[in-house]
Write a protein that binds this ligand. Structure first.
Ligand code: FAD
Length: 550
């Protein structure tokens, strides 16, 4: 008699190695089948970021091959998981469906509904944490509350991680091997199987865009997703040009659009991603591990403390998309840092490794915050910010989006975002402060624009980063205003980053690129600064001072 079949539902864990939910399934039975459900609503809620569709499609392609190499298969369904997973379980005779948990409010609500539907049919559900080193239900203040402040969270988090690592609990698990495949021809209810909306092939990024738009019918019945076609050359073009502005879209997975607010990007639902060769984040499990190794074993991690602030250098890991989509696990990242610590030859290197681990902790801090305070997704954490009289000037917002504010460090960063799908952390903070405190635009407009473009766009990290920059979040520092010229002078002193992303200004003197004071003849069409930083700073402070306290 064949063993009971388990289904493993991949979501933000697109890998076989060190996947805790999958490892638990494979430890119980060899009869495990992988499942991905392409939900049009969820794909649309991803803000149609072309870069994320590209990363997802490429990563799924590799994942399907890995399932096959492990002896089983990856099924790709298209539709609502609440309806489809019970149907698949019935059709395949599955006894258990397993998956790894998430923190986003909409995701948790959907998972509750999926679990209830399966259990109603008598199918067991097995869920646990995988994407965090310290799950949010295991880390609280001494008073038993969730953390609102990063510093004390970090101390507790590090203590827990170090204890668990010493006990071997964080050692990365190997990928399952020698699994038992299912045979669609010998299933007990072939008519149920035949009616499933299974895709014959892993979708391309263009097909994911069509699914998000409500089109892109499933293209096969009962077949295994094993091949992948490169459609319309959209995955590897080499052009570098800014994309046009378009309309804001609402995000079903959390954040509401600010009301009222100027329109932003349009046409992204169908837009192909043209920045694959410029994006430093590489899709797929193999590329994530190679990237991790190159970062941790090479010079970057050992001098991260300094290099992480220099956007003109490749001083960070660029693993954010891999961690976002789960082509890499946080345990793999932690283990690589531990090996580097063992091999470190200087105090500077040791300090740098510690700082990188603290960045991994920021990721977890924002996830535990969203888990315990789901209202973060809907607006400012600090209530008085709901009354802020945002100006939301549409021309200024458009200039920020297009990289045409006349402040070179800001424009370089926005061009990097739109062209490559990624932006270095330092300029993320600079452009966020500039949008909110210089242009006096609602931070949720920036949050949304980031989600529409970022390859690593993630509700918890993005919302956390924007609320930190806007001063509307949990961070205790009341008002943080960045002077973009001072930031450029400090972190891009040779204007390397500015010249990379604003090649039309390559001829301009470094000091002028940093200050933004560029002579009329040298501009060659590049705009003058649309606002005066000092003036706007004073205006913003006055508006902030007039807010109700609390
Ligand atoms: C306004 C704003 C918006 C942001 N939006 C996102 C987002 O949508 N998705 C996202 O992953 N990060 C976001 N960040 C955080 C940070 O900018 C990126 O994680 C980082 O730039 C990714 O580059 P890296 O992989 O080279 O990071 P590294 O410096 O190598 O850090 C390692 C990992 O730690 C995590 N990390 C680092 N810094 C942060 C941080 N401040 N907050 C949360 N996690 C962090 C990331 O997973 C990152 O890959 C945002 C920051 C700001 C200021």
């Amino acid at each position: 008699m064949s063993p009971p079949r388990w289904l493993f539902w991949h979501r933000r864990d697109l890998r076989l190695a060190d996947n805790l939910g999958l490892a638990a399934a494979a430890a119980t039975t060899r009869a495990v089948t992988g499942v991905v459900v392409l939900d049009p609503a969820e794909l649309a809620a991803m803000h149609q970021a072309p870069a994320r569709r590209w990363f997802l499609a490429e990563s799924l392609h590799e994942l399907a091959g890995r399932w096959q190499a492990a002896g089983s298969r990856l099924l790709i369904l298209q539709g609502d998981p609440v309806l489809l997973l019970p149907r698949l379980a019935a059709a395949s005779g599955a006894a258990v469906v397993a998956w790894n948990r998430g923190v986003e409010p909409a995701e948790r609500e959907r998972d509750r509904r999926v679990a209830a539907a399966l259990q109603g049919d008598g199918v067991k559900v097995l869920v646990d944490w995988d994407q965090l080193l310290v799950p949010p239900e295991t880390i609280f203040t001494g008073a038993g509350d969730p953390y609102r402040v990063y510093g004390p969270f970090l101390r507790n988090w590090r203590g827990q991680v170090e204890r668990r690592a010493a006990a071997g609990e964080l050692d990365p698990r190997p990928a399952p091997r020698e699994l038992l495949d299912l045979d669609p021809a010998s299933l007990p209810r072939p008519e149920l199987w035949a009616a499933l909306p299974l895709r014959a092939a892993v979708p391309t990024a263009a097909q994911l865009a069509a699914i998000a738009k409500g089109g892109g019918e499933a293209d096969g019945v009962g077949t295994v997703a094993l091949h992948h076609s490169e459609a319309s050359g959209e995955d590897h073009p080499s052009t570098r040009r800014p994309q046009a502005n378009g309309a804001l879209r609402s995000e079903a997975s959390g954040t509401r659009p600010p009301e009222p607010g100027p329109e932003s990007t349009a046409g992204l639902a169908q837009a192909p991603f043209t920045g694959a060769d410029l994006c430093p984040c590489r899709p797929g499990e193999a590329a994530a591990l190679a990237q991790l190794e190159a970062f941790a074993d090479g010079p970057a991690l050992a001098r991260y403390d300094e290099g992480r602030n220099l956007p003109g250098e490749a001083g960070t890991s660029a693993l954010s998309a891999a961690l976002r989509f789960g082509t890499l696990s946080p345990r793999q990242a932690w283990a690589a840092a531990a090996v580097a610590r063992f091999a470190a030859r200087s105090d500077e290197a040791l300090a740098s490794i510690t700082v990188w681990e603290q960045e991994l902790c920021w990721r977890e801090f924002y996830q535990q915050a969203l888990f315990h305070f789901p209202e973060l997704a809907d607006g400012p954490y600090r209530p008085q910010w709901r009354h802020f009289p945002w100006e939301n000037n549409p021309q200024r917002l458009a200039a920020w989006q297009e990289g045409l504010t006349g402040m070179p460090i800001v424009d370089a960063a926005m061009r990097q975002l739109v062209e490559s799908g990624w932006m270095h952390n330092r300029p993320r903070m600079i452009v966020a402060s500039y949008l909110v405190k210089d242009l006096i635009c609602d931070w949720r407009l920036g949050e949304r624009f980031f989600m529409e473009h970022l390859v690593d766009g993630d509700l918890a990290a993005n919302n956390g980063g924007w609320q930190w920059s806007a001063s509307s979040g949990m961070d205790p520092k009341p008002l943080r205003i960045f002077n973009p010229a001072t930031q450029a002078a400090k972190f891009d002193p040779e204007a390397t980053y500015i010249r990379t992303w604003l090649p039309e200004l390559a001829h301009v003197a470094t000091a002028d690129l940093i200050s933004g004071r560029i002579g009329a003849l040298e501009r060659r069409g590049y705009p003058e600064a649309i606002v005066d930083h000092k003036l706007q700073q004073a205006r913003f402070k006055a508006m902030h001072a007039a807010l109700p306290r609390g």
